[in-house]
Design a binder for this molecule. Structure first.
Ligand code: ISL
Length: 554
């Protein structure tokens, strides 16, 4: 049997602080803004909040470039604001996990400032340097932001490695002093009372000593993932820090195969607790372009994910985050007539699949992609550097890139939360220009309207989180896909033999009304949840109106 743990039973909600709520009128969200809106999150029935980086940062990559791991960004408030937020989260019976971004620091971090002073600087070996000449980088490695992964440092006549922006130099994890610093930072926040970490690009922390060329021409994330000492370092981190606290960890699974994923979270190995498997995102793309996809493909990804980490590991379930466009546009139906219905279907999926569910801010409102009309409306460094690369290759007309970005850009999930139908959607005061534009649909898509409408996705999530709490099979049950080849229906069973209890989930991913005949072997006890009254079971058949879903108790 699977061992119980609070983080297996929890539902997590991701807050992206820049975009959640602005309390001081500078156009950027902040910690006091989050504290003021905690009831919205608690009312969804959420147990844990994951806070994207709140640390001091020059914000080249929106806080994923940290210049002081023990300081709150002044843009977000003070340490006192953080303590208040944490206390208010706990007062509502919730927990808080924070982002740990330690594959790299900001180039403004004191360590890097020291490291680049001279070849003999105290912190020189905190980063990854290679000798050479300015015309020939040490190898062919590429960054994720459309540039080589090496930058020449004139002062000390050497190259340094950065898998992301040049302002995000990679830390040298082979230096024990680096690891000790990281563990100290973790203890600092755990001692404050945070309940764990979301670990940014954790599969990339260990680099091969000889830094070989990517001669297999693997996608870069696969090439960088699971370096030679990754598992050794994660075990050490667990023994040095995590084992001494009641906390949870969730790692990004970039570049890992399902087998590698299983190793990362195998409880017998003592590394991470849970992981974000990226196939649910990656199967939607070609190399970098969006592609059309089918429901059976999606089901295969869900099946692979559900078995990959069992029985000794634990999974996560998510459809979006701050690095993706809106889930509604990719998996649902953003047409105004189908938007709430499909948002409810997607959340029924997230909250009934095996693994710890993650809800991304705004998805509970049915927020959709922003209709960008010009490149200068984007903030993301990935866009700025992506366009520079295309221009260098001779592209002058931005329309093709713009069309692509309107499908794939990370800024779609970073536009301000929509709290009400007033100016700036209640994200910030009227008259202030928010750091990213507010979606024009906020007149109808906003939290105030959602809570006033009993049929909204917010109310659906509140019911589903309650159902999850009341139904052990939703957390610990097996997963069986009952219709792997059906092009429009996703139908699966969760079953917990120990309790002789389970559920059948049926979701319609189309606008058509569809029926599905229940196998004779399945005995229905009753309807546990349905997205609306167009979802029914009668005479051995499930009947689902377009974009509706039902959960049947077995
Ligand atoms: O979104 C991507 C590229 O545009 C992904 O490849 C993303 O960079 C990758 O998932 C790692 O993401 C994390 O680390 C990055 C940061 O930009 C992302 O916001 C963060 O989630 C570097 O710290």
């Amino acid at each position: 049997a699977i061992a119980r743990a609070w983080w297996k039973e929890a539902v997590v909600y991701q807050v992206y602080p820049r975009s959640f709520a602005d309390s001081d009128g500078d156009g950027v969200g902040d910690l006091a803004g989050i504290t003021a809106h905690l009831d919205h999150i608690a009312d969804l029935g959420v147990d844990v909040i994951w806070l994207s980086p709140h640390y001091q940062s020059p914000f080249v990559d929106n806080g994923y470039d940290i210049s002081d791991y023990r300081a709150v960004s002044p843009l977000f408030g003070t340490m006192k604001d953080f303590d208040t937020l944490l206390a208010q989260v706990k007062a509502r019976g919730m927990k808080l996990i924070i982002d740990l971004v330690v594959n790299h620091t900001s180039d403004q971090h004191a360590w890097f400032a020291d490291a680049r002073k001279s070849r003999t600087a105290e912190k020189r070996d905190f980063y990854i340097w290679r000798d050479g000449t300015p015309d020939a980088p040490p190898n062919d490695w590429q960054s994720f932001f459309s540039t080589p992964a090496w930058t020449w440092d004139d002062a000390t006549q050497a190259w340094y490695l950065h898998l992301f922006a040049r302002e995000q130099p990679d830390l040298n994890w082979d230096n024990p002093a680096v690891r000790e610093e990281v563990y100290d930072i973790m203890r600092f926040w755990l001692d404050k009372g945070v309940d764990g970490f979301r670990m940014d690009v954790i599969p990339f922390i260990s680099k091969p000593a000889d830094l070989p060329e990517n001669d297999k021409a693997l996608p870069w994330e696969q090439f960088y993932a699971e370096g030679p000492k990754l598992h050794e370092y994660l075990k050490e981190m667990r023994q040095e820090v995590l084992d001494h606290y009641d906390c949870m960890t969730v790692g990004e699974g970039n570049g890992l195969s399902v087998e590698q994923m299983g190793r990362m979270v195998d409880a017998r190995r003592g590394e991470l607790d849970t992981i974000f498997q990226f196939d649910v995102i990656n199967f939607l793309w070609g190399r970098e372009q969006p592609r059309t996809w089918t429901l059976p493909e999606f089901k295969r990804v869900l099946r692979d994910q559900s078995v990959s980490v069992r029985p000794h590991g634990w999974n996560t379930v998510f459809l979006s985050n701050h690095d993706t466009p809106r889930a509604l546009n990719r998996y649902g139906d953003p047409d105004p007539a189908w938007r709430q219905a499909s948002a409810k279907v997607l959340h029924t999926l997230i909250l009934t699949q095996p693994g710890t569910p993650y809800i991304y801010q705004g998805d509970e409102l049915g927020m959709s992609n922003y209709p960008f009309t010009a490149l200068d409306q984007f903030d993301d460094i990935a866009v700025r550097q992506g366009w520079a690369k295309r221009q260098a290759a001779g592209e002058t007309d931005p329309s093709a890139y713009l069309a692509e970005l309107n499908i794939v850009s990370r800024d779609h999930t970073r536009t301000p939360m929509q709290w009400d139908d007033g100016p700036n959607a209640g994200f910030t005061q009227s008259g202030v220009t928010p750091w990213l534009p507010v979606h024009p649909d906020h007149a109808t898509i906003n939290a105030k309207a959602a809570w006033a409408d009993p049929q909204s996705a917010c109310h659906a999530i509140a019911k589903l989180t309650q159902l999850r709490r009341d139904t052990p099979s939703m957390v610990y049950g097996d997963y069986t896909d009952l219709a792997p080849d059906h092009p429009e229906l996703l139908i699966y069973r969760r079953w917990l033999a120990k309790e002789n209890e389970g559920a059948l989930v049926a979701l319609n991913f189309s606008r058509k009304t569809l029926t599905w005949e229940l196998p004779k072997s399945i005995h229905i006890q009753g309807v546990a949840y349905r997205t609306d009254n167009r979802a029914n079971v009668d005479g051995g058949k499930i009947k689902l109106g377009g974009w509706s879903g039902i959960v049947l108790a077995l």
